[in-house]
Design a protein around this ligand. Structure first.
Ligand SMILES: NC(=O)c1ccc[n+]([C@@H]2O[C@H](COP(=O)([O-])OP(=O)(O)OC[C@H]3O[C@@H](n4cnc5c(N)ncnc54)[C@H](OP(=O)(O)O)[C@@H]3O)[C@@H](O)[C@H]2O)c1
Length: 379
């Protein structure tokens, strides 16, 4: 099959490398906006050269952003071309439209690299759910935030200092908000929940709390109590829809999640009959991420069409039955917190079991009076 790459950055050049010596997948065109000497002979700055070329079978969108990525992938599918993308923002934002278009045109639309980078998470999630019902999924889905939490547990270091180190090492972007506040994880959770539960969820409605306000004193307290703090995502089947949320979570120091080092990911589903299965690996990086893009091209070469799931419908967020204790550190007194406090730790309080959605809504409000507030669910 002939592939056109949209973008020739970290992932795009990795896809080119993977395909270079293959006979079944040929990169024949590359859309660039600045010169790329390695592919000068097949480069174009005009997308029309790609969409009107009948010899191109697959358009691999590896340029990122919503626009013009959205316009390009829709035009490609309308022209009868399969689309593979690594762009979680694009799929999360235009899920219904893009998957419907793929079905209507009878083309493939796959995005395995968008969730978990190099981990074959989405394909295995799609595979298991053909046989078993998924009860719950989630885990460590962002390498940057895990790098920060891991380093803060390894040696006393402040959040700003380790964030700067992550930026210097190229693990965190100049604007780290999407990684440390949960937005990046939320997009990955939307796509995962979509495949696991046939659910179309509103990304903005999923409650989240990030790690921006965690301190080295918080971490010292957690360690003294036998806990490790990780930023975890959760999506669970619920009576009236799906219960999805993102929050720092205290897991036992001997839990699998606690052992995940550096910028690695650990993503898990729990099937009714299969039980727990976890996927561990590089959630980003050139060759691992590009490998998932190329695997998707091979899947299409093998005859697969459409998206991973075909029946997704809009679903409500239902957090009614999700409750657990929380660690809370706030300098602003609050009666609701006082009423729910069960224990006092060195640096904060621990509540009894509190409804998750209620706590995350309270935390959002409390941040307006105490911007240094930190909360963590206790698993
Ligand atoms: N990097 C990872 O480990 C990773 C992991 C998982 C998913 N992803 C996803 O993969 C996608 C690509 O990421 P990346 O890390 O490869 O980004 P990148 O290194 O910044 O590469 C993006 C490339 O696309 C080009 N580009 C952007 N807009 C363009 C346009 N309108 N026309 C033509 N070319 C355009 C850029 O051109 P210039 O060189 O001229 O700027 C750049 O070469 C993103 O959606 C990202 O979320 C990346």
């Amino acid at each position: 099959m002939n592939i056109a790459l949209l973008g020739f950055g970290v992932v795009g050049s990795g896809v080119y490398e993977w395909c270079r010596d293959r006979e079944d997948l040929n990169v024949t065109r590359v859309l660039v906006r600045s010169p790329k000497p390695a592919v000068a002979d097949i480069s174009t700055t005009d997308f029309n050269d790609i969409v009107t070329d009948p010899a191109i079978d697959i358009v691999a969108e590896v340029m990122g952003g919503l626009h013009p990525a959205y316009e390009y992938v829709t035009a490609a599918m309308k022209a009868g071309k399969h689309v593979v993308t690594a762009n979680k923002a694009l799929i999360a934002a235009y899920y219904t439209e893009l998957t419907s278009l793929a079905r209507e045109m009878g083309v493939g639309l796959l995005c395995t690299a968008a969730v978990g980078g190099g981990i074959p998470w989405l394909v295995n999630l799609a595979r298991v759910r053909k046989l078993d019902a998924i009860e719950r999924l989630g885990g460590i889905m962002n390498g940057t935030s895990n790098f920060i939490m891991d380093a803060m547990h390894a040696a006393p270091v402040s959040f700003p200092a380790i964030l700067k180190e992550a930026q210097d090492l190229g693990y965190a972007e100049a604007d780290p908000s999407a990684d440390i506040d949960g937005d990046d994880i939320r997009r990955k959770l939307v796509i995962s929940a979509n495949i696991a539960f046939d659910a179309v969820l509103e990304e903005e409605d999923i409650p989240m709390f990030g790690i921006r306000t965690v301190t080295d004193s918080d971490i010292a307290t957690f360690k003294a109590k036998g806990f490790t703090c990780k930023l975890l995502a959760t999506a669970a089947a619920a009576e009236k829809g799906v219960c999805a949320y993102i929050e720092p979570t205290l897991v036992s120091a001997d839990a699998l999640e606690a052992a995940v080092p550096k910028n690695f990911n650990l993503i898990t589903y729990e099937g009714v009959n299969m039980g727990r299965q976890s996927y561990y690996g590089q959630g980003a990086g050139q060759m691992p991420t590009a490998a998932n893009v190329v695997q998707d091209c091979l899947t299409i070469l093998g005859g697969e069409r459409g998206f991973y799931t075909h029946n997704a419908t809009p679903m409500a967020l239902d957090g009614e039955n999700e409750a657990h204790p929380y660690y809370v550190r706030t300098s602003a007194p609050d009666q609701w917190l006082e009423d729910n406090t069960a224990e006092r730790w060195e640096t904060g309080v621990v509540t009894g079991a509190v409804n998750t959605y209620e706590m995350l809504a309270w935390a959002k409000k409390q941040l307006t009076v105490d911007p240094a507030l930190f909360i963590a669910g206790i698993a």
